[in-house]
Design a protein around this ligand. Sequence first.
Ligand code: ADP
Ligand code: MG
Length: 717
Amino acid sequence: MTNDRTQGLDGLFRPRSVAVVGASRRPGSIGRQVVANLIRGGFEGPVYPVNPKAEVVLSVPSFASVRAIPGKVDLAVLVVPPDAVLRVAEECGKKGVKGLVVITAGFREIGGIGIEREDKLRAIADREGIEREAKLARIAAKYRMRVVGPNCMGIVNTEPGFSLDASFSATLPRPGAVAMVSQSGALGEAILADAAQAGLGVAMFASVGNRVDVTAADLLGYWEDDPHVRVILLYLETVGEAADFVAVARRVARKKPIIAVKSGRSDAGAAAASSHTGSVAGADVAVDTLLAQCGVLRVDNFRDMFALARALLDQPLPKGPRMAVVTNAGGPGILATDALAASGLSIDELSKATTKALQKALPVEASTRNPIDLIASADAARYRAALRPVARDPSVDGLVVLFVSPVMIDAAAVAQAIVDETKGCGRPVLACVMGRQRGDEAQRILDGGGIPVFRYPEDAATTLRAMLRRQHWLQRRPTKLPKLRVQRAAAARILARYRDGGWVAGNDAEAVLAAYGVPFPESRRVRTAGEAVAAAHELGWPVVLKAESRELVHKSEHRAVRTGLRNGEEVFAAANDLLTRLRGEFRDLRLQVQSQAKGHREVLVGMTRDPRYGPVYAAGLGGVQVEVMRDVAVRVGPLDGDDPREMFLGLKGARLLGPFRGAPAADVQLAGTALLRLQQLVEDFPAIAEVEINPFILAAPGGGSVAVDGRIRLEAR
Ligand code: ADP
Ligand code: MG
């Protein structure tokens, strides 16, 4: 789909002519490498080196300036010193250049790939770089040039008719079906090299650097309908332009897989948030869920990325989690089974017909049950006899075929058997060849048959899990939100009192949440022990007594919550204790007397507003142990009607919410609705920075589940 953001990108990736401004004769210089790459890559149009001090660069006549080039210039690659970039960009604009690749560093970033001497680069003040970048953006806009960079490694398009390598990469990628974006220049080089090693051909590549103009999201859009591009790989350091990215990625991922390595898993950014939700829903968790929600497959490292890319290029997705393992050695079979199970896949029983066929074909010592062990004497014929029924068994969604190469067996013939017998079976087939070198004949045969080969079963499992994730994502259809009745005006009246922001007082937070339909137990707010006793008599027994103050965010940390109080004496004693202990510390101290909830499971629902990604919602096992258990599912808004249920079901401790050891199932549905009500509240009041209900005490459905503790923090307005 072409839109504003993809327009003009042909000027970068499909130019008819290229100028290299700052082309150099000096061996080892970037200015020389770029010219060399254009020639080596076999660029189809003219290449114009620009260097006032040289007549020829690498046998190509050079020009004194862009203006001096006689013909049209579509793309200009800038390798000039930072203080020359703006002047050259302006000149390119006047010349009618359509795209700029600015390799030069010394802009917004500090460090990076310098083409000047490093110490000089460091001396460039931060400010100066930021201003220069802003000016570059203005020049590009004025002349309608699209810009990749600055501070990047360049771009590549192997498409026939262009064969453009406008980069200084040492690796010349071979043409293929993968498109890649790297936010890091240095890693871009590594990615190209590793992709080549992994046998992946490249359709297009861009190192986007500081992204003054062209972003990963733009390129996703550009590649959406490009028939040469079948898989997209991203190396991200930040998900900048998050809203753009989400919208485009969600759309593109429906058509072709997007795989991302995103660095920065250990982001400490969440420390600032003060609620439980905030501390658990850290910045990286937000990115993780954001990527997952828009269908981007996040992997841990480049090895997994390339393996997954190969599998997605050549293999269908599994329709379900049921894997069959076929092996000629017991140990690796068990390893594979363990790895698959740990990845959420299952090794189930085979159908009766398959088992019968295996019993007929295999020797008695072999195992005809999944994992199917053909034992060490298995030759190609035995692999064939086993694979034929297994690959077409309706109770099998995918296959992992292991082969530990014994000397007396013809490995190439086994490889051929694997290829032949699984061809067109409609299920993913991954091979794991242990104890052999890459590049031997067996490996070549499997490669040629489009079967990804792994050295270790764990890696095959990782790849299959990601493939299944994609299948689930493609199958998922958003469910409409239920109609929620809320009293917006009542909530607005209360929140209007907090213009200065900060924590909303407990009774007000409760009233706002109640206005949005969240059920709370009956309670009274009082000042003295005597009043507390009277209130408790009104409510009925047992009661819970809490000390409240706007500064008292986590009450139980101050032993300010007393549950299970059964009579007047207990309430009186507890109230006196709280008042004497805490009155000095919290000046607005009050007591809350609350009916004790009857439920048996505590969960939390909450939201923190991420400065980048907007509302991030959390659902988890709640109570005071949240920080310890950290069993919380997080999703970036907007949530659809099915999200809350999926969030609760996805918890490690989800079983606790079902019937468990004599306790009935908890009313998760109600907690889910409470989360959707929070969402409505957050959307109605953008000043809400954090909101959390912890705990929501769940009883059996219809058994009086209630929220007993709610808090809201507002931004100052
Ligand atoms: P805080 O989170 O500020 O420490 P809470 O109001 O959440 O204080 O209370 C802490 C714990 O006390 C809850 O997780 C819950 O186990 C228990 N609790 C609080 N209020 C009630 C209530 N009304 N009924 C039953 N248990 C309660
Ligand atoms: Mg609480």
